[in-house]
Design a binder for this molecule. Structure first.
Ligand code: SF4
Length: 430
C-alpha cells in the first residue's frame, strides 16, 4: 500500500508544473509559432536556411545549450566588442531578448511603459531561463533603460560590469573616452577570466570576425538583385544567430547559404521579383519578435536591406589596423564600434539618416518602414527627423509603433498592407 502510494505521489510530482516550467513552455510555444510561420508560410526558402531553422529549434524550443563548456559573457547591447571576448577564450552571448513571456515577467520589475526589449531582458534574468546562462554580464551605458536594467540585474545577484559609452560620436574627446573604456573593459575582463590577452589571439579573432562580416556583406549584396534570392525574415534569423551561435558553425552555414543564393540569382529563381522593395529601420527585431518583418513579407513586400542593431549594423565597419601591436589592435577594435554605431542614443545622429538614404539608393528600395517599440524613447524621439529627411528625398516612409504583445496584429496588418499597396500604385504611375 505504502509502495503503491509512493508511486502515485511520484507520478503526481512528475505532472506538477512549476512556474519556471510554465514560463519555459510558453517560451517554447512562442518560438515554435514563429518558426512555423517563417518556415512554412513562404515559398521556397533557400535549402541552407535549414541550418538556422534547426538551430533556433534547438536553442529556443528544446532549450539545448551550445556552450556548456565555455565561459559565457553576456552582452546587453551591440556595443560590447566580441573580438576581445573571443580573444580571452570566452564566448559572447547577446542578451537582447524578443520573448513576450519574458517581457511580461519583466513588467513586474521595470515600469510597464518601459521598452519591451529591456523588460524581456530583465524578465529572463529574473526567471533564470537561459539555455546558455551568462557567467558575466557587460552592460554598456548606451540608452538609459539599458543602463538602469544592468543595475536591476546586478541586484538579482549577477555579476554585471558597466561599460561606459559616450553620448556624442564626432568629437576627439568621445573617441578617446571610448578607447579608454574599451581598454579598461579588456583589463577587467582579462582579470576576471584569469586570462592574459595575447597579440596572436586578438589578431586571429579580429580576422575571424572580419571574415564573418565579409561573408555577410557578400550575401547582402545579392539582395540588390532585381529578384533577391532570400527574404528579410530569413536574413534576420541569420544575423540574430550571430548573437549566440558558435562562430565557426555560423561562418560555415552562412558560406553555404551564400553559395546557394548565388546559384538562385543565376537561375533567376522566381518568388519575389515584383514585390515592393523595403528598407527596414528602427528598434531591433529580435527572435521571436519578428512580427513586423513577417507582416511586411506576408503583405507582398520584400525587405531588401535594414538599418538595425540586430542585423546590418552588427556587420558594419571592419576593424582597420595600421600596426598589429596589442594595444593598437585594442584601440582599433574600439574605433570600429564607435564609428559603426548609428544608434539614436547619440545627441545628433545624421549618420543613421545618411545610411538609410544610401541603403534605399543602393538596394533600389521603394519605401522605408520605421518601427519603434513603444517605450523605446530614443527611436521614438528620432522618428520625426528621419521622416522629414525621407520626405525631403521623396522616399515614402511608414512609421509604426509596436510592442511584443500578440494583439494589435490586425491594425498593424492593415497599415502595412495599405503602405505596400501605395508603393505598388506609385510604381504603376511611373
Ligand atoms: S538600440 Fe541602441 S542601445 Fe539598444 S541594443 Fe541597439 S545599439 Fe544598443
Amino acid at each position: 500500500m505504502g509502495f503503491a502510494q509512493a508511486k502515485g505521489d511520484n507520478k503526481m510530482k512528475r505532472n506538477i508544473e512549476t512556474p519556471k516550467d510554465k514560463q519555459n513552455r510558453h517560451k517554447a510555444m512562442e518560438a515554435v509559432a514563429m518558426l512555423d510561420k517563417i518556415r512554412h508560410d513562404f515559398i521556397q526558402p533557400p535549402k541552407n536556411m535549414d541550418y538556422f531553422y534547426d538551430l533556433y529549434e534547438k536553442v529556443y524550443c528544446k532549450r539545448e545549450s551550445l556552450h556548456a563548456k565555455s565561459v559565457k559573457v553576456g552582452t546587453m547591447c551591440i556595443q560590447v566588442p566580441y573580438e576581445i571576448i573571443y580573444a580571452l577564450d570566452a564566448v559572447p552571448i547577446r542578451l537582447c531578448n524578443g520573448f513576450y513571456t519574458d517581457d511580461e515577467i519583466g513588467s513586474d520589475l521595470a515600469p510597464s511603459k518601459a521598452c519591451p526589449l529591456v523588460k524581456a531582458t530583465v524578465g529572463q534574468f529574473s526567471s533564470n531561463n537561459f539555455s546558455d546562462k551568462p557567467d558575466f554580464v557587460i552592460s554598456p551605458t548606451t540608452c538609459d533603460q539599458k543602463s538602469k536594467s544592468g543595475a536591476i540585474i546586478e541586484d538579482m545577484g549577477y555579476l554585471v560590469y558597466d561599460m561606459e559609452f559616450p553620448r556624442t560620436k564626432e568629437s576627439e574627446e568621445s573617441r578617446e573616452y571610448w578607447r579608454r573604456s574599451v581598454r579598461k573593459f579588456t583589463k577587467e575582463l582579462s582579470k576576471n577570466l584569469g586570462k592574459k590577452l595575447k597579440k596572436s589571439k586578438l589578431k586571429k579573432t579580429i580576422q575571424r570576425i572580419g571574415y564573418a562580416q565579409y561573408l555577410y556583406h557578400q550575401l547582402n549584396d545579392l539582395r540588390k538583385e532585381p529578384n533577391p534570392p532570400i527574404l528579410g525574415k530569413d536574413i534576420f534569423l541569420v544575423t540574430n544567430a550571430f548573437f549566440f551561435d558558435k562562430i565557426d558553425n555560423w561562418i560555415e552555414a552562412t558560406q553555404k547559404l551564400y553559395e546557394e543564393c548565388k546559384i538562385r540569382v543565376k537561375n533567376e529563381d522566381k518568388t519575389h521579383k515584383n514585390s515592393p522593395r523595403i528598407v527596414y529601420t528602427g528598434s531591433p527585431p529580435i527572435f521571436p519578435n519578428l512580427k513586423i518583418p513577417l507582416l511586411i513579407e506576408q503583405s507582398d513586400g520584400i525587405i531588401v536591406a535594414d538599418e538595425t542593431c540586430s542585423a546590418n549594423r552588427l556587420f558594419n565597419d571592419m576593424v582597420s589596423i595600421d600596426e598589429w601591436f596589442l594595444y593598437d589592435m585594442v584601440d582599433a577594435v574600439a574605433d570600429r564600434y564607435l564609428k559603426g554605431c548609428t544608434c539614436p542614443i547619440f545627441t545628433k545622429n545624421n549618420d543613421r539618416i545618411r545610411r538609410v538614404i544610401d541603403l534605399v539608393k543602393e538596394y533600389k528600395a521603394e519605401g522605408v518602414v520605421y518601427q519603434a517599440f513603444a517605450g523605446c524613447q530614443v527611436y521614438e524621439m528620432e522618428q520625426r527627423s528621419v521622416i522629414e529627411a525621407m520626405e525631403k528625398e521623396g522616399i515614402p516612409i511608414l512609421y509604426l509603433e509596436s510592442d511584443y504583445s500578440p494583439s494589435h496584429l490586425g491594425q498593424l496588418t492593415t497599415r502595412i498592407e495599405a503602405f505596400i499597396e501605395s508603393l505598388k500604385n506609385r510604381r504603376r504611375r511611373r
